[in-house]
Ligand binder design. Structure first.
Ligand code: ACO
Length: 383
């Protein structure tokens, strides 16, 4: 059996072409493909190929009409971009028009955004940002939708808002051409212009985190306020030998700098701490001489994040332990020797310690690889 699903890049309606040589019950009943497809595509599934083909003309202007009350938010962006932004436009839509359009995009969210659930289109605090290509094709002044991002606006006491990006998708034919970076840059600039409290991203995948860091690092590099703290960390790392340290050292930025970064660039603390490591890496360049010290900084931070959490209660401690499997379900429970809060000593087998240390080292390697990728990209951009 072969199932080919066609999705129109004009109307986002779909047609499923199902072909098979024969049917065979084998006592288990015949799988109801229609309801399985319906769960994903809902009303977007067109019954016949003929009707599907017709939608290319009947629905040619559907996106345009659904976003007619949208607001263009991309004007005035002047960053270095891989794409020609004169042909692009980001349009913000909310309310009913957003709901109508988003319902057409839900199948793509379910199929292409890992672990994502559709947003609640009846909640007025959701807004979507559509990445449109303005180019006209021949006589037709079609607007092509290349991707979108869904953002939630939270109230922040007493008089501000926080923006949280819940979903971003650049449609497969347009991925890795710089469109995702463009869309995220527009959203970032808008967060600054609107003076929101901060901009965060809900459980970003590594690929998105990379794009985000490539945007935030140049912005941070041009913020003078962070330089003195960064220089003092870098000087210490160049002068000290951390292999001889007697206790874990944190090289985090001071809290007033974290606050300044949030206020000026709308980068939240979690993201700034991620970027801080990349900034240190860049400032240590050429890194080879200081790589061991840098590894120690990353190791200590990861160790504190993963193991340092004091979750003990009633003599028990639950430690998150990274594994090859789903990180959310990987943990170990220890019982403290004293049975009370006063004792933090845990009964931990020597072999477990070795395993844990290996896993930590693996996380450090992965993190340093990710940092290198961003550093290379940022250096190419600025040269
Ligand atoms: C909160 C969430 O929504 S998390 C889920 C994020 N969304 C998804 O995963 C859906 C599928 N993916 C996408 O829609 C897109 O690939 C996005 C949104 C992640 C990025 O958009 P793109 O237009 O592809 O990004 P762009 O072309 O600007 O890429 C910038 C860099 O990111 C890196 N990158 C992009 N995709 C990937 C990937 N899948 N794996 C590793 N690196 C990647 C590349 O290094 C790329 O640039 P380079 O090739 O020039 O080095």
């Amino acid at each position: 059996m072969q199932i080919t699903v066609w999705i129109s890049s004009v109307s986002f309606q779909a047609y499923a072409d199902i072909s098979f040589e024969s049917t065979c019950d084998a006592g288990k009943g015949i799988t109801d493909l229609k309801s399985a497809l319906q769960n994903i595509f809902a009303d977007n599934l067109v019954e016949t190929k003929e009707d599907f083909l017709k939608t290319f003309s009947t629905e040619a202007n559907c996106v345009k009409s659904m976003i007619s009350d949208g607001k263009i938010v991309s004007n005035g962006l002047d960053e270095h971009l891989k794409v020609d932004c004169s042909e692009l436009e980001v349009v913000r839509v909310k309310g009913t028009s957003m709901g109508l359009l988003y319902c057409r995009l839900v199948p793509l969210v379910l199929l292409l955004v890992d672990g994502s659930n559709p947003i609640d289109v009846t909640d007025p605090d959701w807004e979507i940002y559509l990445l449109m290509e303005k180019k006209s094709y021949g006589q037709d002044n079609l607007q092509k939708l290349l991707g979108f991002a869904a953002l939630y606006r939270f109230f922040h006491y007493p008089d501000s808002h926080r923006l949280r990006l819940g979903q971003i998708l650049v449609f497969p034919p347009y991925q890795r051409k710089g469109y995702g970076s463009y869309l995220l840059q527009v959203i970032t600039s808008m967060a600054v212009a609107d003076n929101v409290y901060d901009l965060s991203i809900e459980e970003p995948l590594d690929s998105l985190q990379h794009v985000r860091a490539c945007i935030d690092i140049p912005r941070l590099l041009s913020l003078q306020a962070i330089q003195p703290s960064l220089n003092s960390v870098v000087t210490r790392l160049k002068e000290e030998n951390l292999a001889k340290r007697t206790q874990m050292t944190r090289f985090s930025p001071p809290s007033d700098i974290i606050e300044e970064v949030r206020k000026t660039l709308k980068i939240n603390k979690k993201q700034f701490l991620q970027c801080w490591e990349i900034l240190i890496y860049l400032a240590l360049g050429p890194i080879e001489k200081y790589l061991e010290n840098f590894r120690t900084v990353v190791l200590d931070r990861i160790r504190a994040d993963v193991i340092g959490k004091d979750t003990g209660a009633g003599g028990k401690q639950v430690l998150e332990v990274p594994t090859e499997f789903d990180s959310e379900v990987s943990f170990v429970m220890f019982k403290t020797k004293g049975g009370g809060d006063e004792s933090k000593e845990v009964e931990i087998e020597e072999s477990d310690k070795i395993k844990q240390e290996e896993q930590l080292q693996k996380l450090v390697d992965e993190r340093i690889d990710a940092i290198k990728l961003v550093a290379e990209k940022v250096c190419v951009k600025s040269s």
